[in-house]
Design a protein around this ligand. Structure first.
Ligand SMILES: [Zn+2]
Length: 58
């Protein structure tokens, strides 16, 4: 089997509440804060995320 090296990092995340004006653009905290906002308020929160991947077989 071929040896593979994969690196992955979160580089982008934006949260936006559907039920109020709340939003979070800090990618490191957006997912966690979105979950917290949804649980605390009962609102529906969308989170858009982007991941960087690198496949380096060397
Ligand atoms: Zn909200």
């Amino acid at each position: 089997m071929e040896k593979k090296r994969v690196r992955r990092a979160l580089i982008h995340a934006i949260a936006q509440c559907q039920d109020c004006d709340w939003g979070e653009e800090g990618y490191k905290v957006a997912q966690k804060k979105a979950r917290g906002h949804a649980i605390k308020t009962g609102h529906t929160v969308d989170v858009e995320t982007g991941y960087w991947h690198q496949y380096n077989p060397k």
